[in-house]
Design a protein around this ligand. Structure first.
Ligand SMILES: Cc1cc2nc3c(=O)[nH]c(=O)nc-3n(C[C@H](O)[C@H](O)[C@H](O)COP(=O)(O)O)c2cc1C
Length: 204
């Protein structure tokens, strides 16, 4: 079983990475494989709403990381989206990627997932809510912890001093591991789903 840890910060080894590493360490201790995915700092396109992904099964734009990330998420049993807090939301470039990934992927159901945010001071719960919206429209299984998954800091060393934040992340990993083992272990039942999908856009 594998969990993909997606670092939505342009700083590859910054605070978000430090937070995700705490989750990864605990998952590994519990026998779950982990893999990191860095979005880095190259240009990222926003969704243009063309809806071509509905017929071709992936984003029309192949010149950034969106389709690679989508593929990795489909292959993993679970994923954690990590982002720095920028003006009380997740990093805009990360959201641009995630809009395209989650619009083009309708088959992320049953994935065990969570989001993690890092801020210097405030705005973390708004950013956390925004990231969780991706999961809750895509039938994912959201793991929880004993607080909203936030760490505080401007540098990795600061995050390492946020003992409550780090403990929240370890508890999150414990819950994710339990969910993964129960959903994917021997005798686990897949959710029964309606096959016909209604779409009402409030226009009769
Ligand atoms: C453009 C920008 C906007 C930011 N906005 C906020 C904010 O609204 N609230 C906050 O507490 N920190 C804010 N910060 C600080 C970062 O969220 C914080 O340093 C974070 O831990 C950095 O994570 P990283 O090292 O993974 O990039 C901002 C930083 C940048 C560069």
């Amino acid at each position: 079983m594998k969990v993909l840890l997606v670092n939505g910060s342009p700083r590859a080894n910054g605070c978000t990475f430090t937070a995700l590493s705490e989750v990864a360490k605990e998952l590994e201790r519990l026998g779950i494989d982990t893999e990191f995915f860095q979005i880095g700092n190259k240009p990222v396109r926003g969704c243009i709403g063309c809806r071509k992904c509905r017929s071709i099964g992936k984003c029309v734009f192949d010149d950034d990381l969106a389709n690679e990330l989508a593929q990795k998420m489909k292959e993993a049993d679970g994923f954690v989206l990590g982002s720095p807090v920028y003006f009380a939301g997740p990093n805009g470039a990360f959201c641009a990627l995630l809009d395209r990934v989650f619009f083009s992927c309708s088959d992320l159901h049953d994935k065990v997932c969570a989001s993690v945010v890092s801020c210097r001071r405030e705005g973390s719960s708004a950013a956390f809510d925004r990231l969780n919206k991706y999961f809750t429209i895509r039938n994912c299984m959201v793991a929880t912890s004993t607080h909203w998954n936030t760490v505080h800091g401007d540098k990795p060393e600061d995050v390492l001093q946020d003992l409550e934040g780090l403990q929240t992340l370890r508890t999150l990993a414990v819950n994710m591991a339990a969910m993964l083992k129960n959903f994917n272990g021997e005798g686990a039942e897949r959710a029964e789903r309606e096959t016909k999908k209604f779409k009402t856009s409030f226009i009769r």
